[in-house]
Design a protein around this ligand. Structure first.
Ligand code: MSP
Length: 645
């Protein structure tokens, strides 16, 4: 049996959880469920990071002890994860006793290796990031990358000989090209380490909220040494539970956000090597959720509280949106209307509707029982091929953590099933006595296809898939990918009618309620003005904001064969891969003249097939008076992917 150990970062307890924290933990949950369904032995860990200056200061501000604050806020994370019905095997807290023991032991192991020495640290520190910064990483009293204020620190400190690990780290990266994903992050880390590493200060003496350094309790262990070690505490390293450690280490996958890349991809493997332990198999670095293109913050009032989302939307739909909307690794823009749209068209109209229609037909035409499978016709065989190909693609996509692709192909199988039903028209077959057998086959194949889709969607949509599998009479033991053999649904199986799977959603109730109130208060004149604005085609700012426009750098351009107006462009809009955009600008621009320039691109239109090519964006251009076109252009000062608003 294979094992799969997945972790999320452990969350700081200086505040409450937001959607970013829920996101990573949901992704880990999806992976854990997926691997359980493969039959792997899974360990999924999440938790809270409770020590350090940041938490101590927040507690002082709130007039609490750090432990009180940690208890209160850690509970908020735990409660949220329960409400999200996540299936973690351990919720670790760095104040747990076994963790204190393990953090102490890893420190000792690094000391025994001769990698720790006492000196004085003089330099900049940002408590908000719990990070040290060099002079060239700060500007105007702030860390350039994060914007966190820095303060000058000068105190006795233990140091870790990180510089001694440069070559070992580089050798590890080079011989394990998949150890850091996506590739761009791997390259970022390699070039950072190639640039040279400085020894790292790993203890502080000016506050006391943390784990004391062994044999020198004046010093408190650097919170990142303490925090990263949680990953081995969880599986029992250093004599806590050798069996668990043997089984689950090295960790299969650490998930982390892009802001904590250096700690995880440079410091952590070096600490492990120093302590004589193996580095993890893979670190996957994901992007950030933004709200209307902006970083989330309580001050800006755009904070998305997952608890509120749970009140507004079904859990499955939240999970689906978070995984479907953005390729894992990229930044994403959280837009409630997009969530609603995806729910309505991809879940309710496509899969929900299919299940609904089919179970009803089975009640009407075959007495509520699965009919006999019979011999597959050519058309049926095509369907089976699509289903098999879908499973292969889902497996592939899970390996590369492309959850959006896994969902896209699974929903395409549902589309395929809808088309199969449309082609075979079981309602017509039911009227013809001579077609009874064919009717049974069509219903059987559709039910079987529904079983496949429900199984493939299970890790992301456990609730809706569970309802479908209940209706098909599939018991718990058979809810596994090992049952993805065409024909595993038994003839004669009672087929039930599941509860509503996906309700069509409208704009959130809160917004709907508020609108009429605001209108009622508006003086008549204003109302009339609004009406005439609507007539004249003027948009609310909110409407305008739905449009996502970004600066796109043209990476390559070529003519589209057979279409004299079209160019096929590869446009870098700040994502992992450039997008393909087909634009009707061939008469105005030579392809070579475009490459290397930056233009405005609309990035959230539904993809369109143009001349058989999937176009994933639209170039913005003006028709000039002489009948030509001119693209909206930006200078080199603007980075690709910058939002235009
Ligand atoms: N305590 C450290 C992690 C220690 S792991 C050994 C920490 N905590 S955190 O609470 O600040 O952040 C935890 C994770 O949340 C990070 O991976 C971070 O990237 C992620 N996110 C914070 N804001 C986010 C978004 N807006 N969107 C997605 N993830 C975001 O760092």
């Amino acid at each position: 049996m294979e094992t799969f150990y997945v972790t999320t970062p452990i969350y700081y307890v200086n505040g409450s959880p937001h959607i970013g924290h829920a996101y990573t933990t949901i992704v880990a949950d999806v992976l854990a469920r997926y691997h359980r369904m493969r039959g792997d032995e899974v360990f999924f860990m999440t938790g809270t990071d409770e020590h350090g200056l940041k938490v101590q200061r927040e507690a002082e501000k709130a007039g609490k002890t750090p432990k009180q604050l940690a208890d209160e806020n850690s509970k908020k994370f735990l409660d949220l994860f329960d409400r999200l019905e996540l299936t973690h095997d351990r919720f670790i807290r760095t104040t747990d006793e076994d963790h204190t023991r393990v953090a102490t032991r890893i420190f000792e192991a690094m000391q025994e290796r001769g990698d720790i020495y006492l000196d004085t640290y003089e330099g900049w520190y940002a408590a908000a990031d719990e990070a040290f910064y060099t002079e060239d990483e700060i500007q105007d009293g702030k860390a350039i990358e994060s914007g966190a204020p820095v303060e000058w620190v000068s105190e006795a400190s233990y140091f870790f000989k990180l510089s001694a690990y440069q070559d070992k780290l580089l050798a590890w990266y080079k011989s394990n090209p998949n150890c850091i994903r996506p590739e761009a992050r791997y390259n970022e880390v390699v070039s950072f380490v190639e640039g040279g590493l400085q020894d790292l200060s790993i203890s502080r003496t000016t506050f006391d909220w943390g784990i004391p350094v062994p044999n020198d309790p004046e010093h408190i262990m650097y919170v990142w040494v303490d925090a990263l070690t949680n990953y081995i505490t969880g599986v029992g390293a250093f004599g806590e539970d050798d069996e668990a450690f043997e089984k689950f280490w090295p960790c299969s996958l650490h998930l982390l956000g892009k802001d904590i890349l250096r700690f995880h991809c440079v410091f952590w493997p070096a600490f492990l090597m120093s302590a004589g332990l193996e580095p993890p198999e893979q670190l996957f670095v994901h992007g950030w959720w933004l709200v209307e293109g902006e970083k989330m913050s309580k001050r800006a009032g755009n904070w998305i509280d997952p608890n509120e989302l749970i009140e507004q939307f079904p859990l499955d739909v939240i999970r689906y949106y978070l995984l479907r909307e953005v390729p894992f690794g990229n930044d994403g823009n959280f837009v409630r209307d997009r969530l609603i749209e995806r729910n309505n068209s991809e879940l309710a109209d496509n899969f929900g509707n299919l299940v609904n229609r089919m179970v009803k037909m089975v009640q009407r035409f075959t007495d509520g029982k699965a009919p006999a499978a019979g011999e597959l016709t050519e058309d049926d065989k095509l369907l089976v091929e699509v289903a098999k190909k879908t499973w292969r693609e889902v497996e592939d996509a899970f390996k590369t953590r492309e959850f959006n692709r896994a969902l896209e192909v699974t929903l395409s199988l549902s589309t395929e099933l809808n088309q199969y039903v449309q082609r075979n028209q079981p309602w017509k077959l039911a009227k013809d006595e001579t077609q009874k057998e064919r009717l049974g086959q069509v219903l059987y194949n559709t039910l079987e296809g529904i079983r496949w889709v429900a199984l493939l969607l299970s890790p992301v949509l456990p609730d809706a898939s569970g309802k479908v599998l209940d209706a098909l009479g599939i018991d718990e033991a058979a809810r596994s990918f090992t049952t993805l053999e065409w024909g595993a649904l038994s003839e004669g199986q009672e087929i039930g009618v599941p509860d509503v799977l996906f309700t069509k959603l409208e704009a959130p109730a809160k917004e709907k309620e508020e609108e009429p109130k605001a209108e009622a208060k508006a003086p008549k004149k204003k109302k009339e003005q609004k009406k005439s604005e609507e007539k004249s085609g003027k948009l609310d700012f909110k409407e305008f904001q739905k449009l996502e426009m970004k600066v796109g750098l043209i990476v390559s351009a070529e003519k589209v064969e057979g279409a004299d107006k079209l160019l096929k462009l590869a446009v870098d809009v700040g994502e992992e891969q450039p997008r393909t955009v087909v634009a009707g600008i061939a008469k105005a621009y030579e392809p070579e003249a475009l490459v290397g320039n930056r233009y405005a691109v609309v990035t959230n239109l539904k993809p369109a097939k143009i001349f058989g090519i999937k176009s994933e964006g639209m170039m913005l251009a003006a028709d000039t008076s002489d009948g030509k076109l001119e693209l909206a252009k930006f200078s080199e000062a603007v980075a690709p992917g910058t939002r235009i608003s």
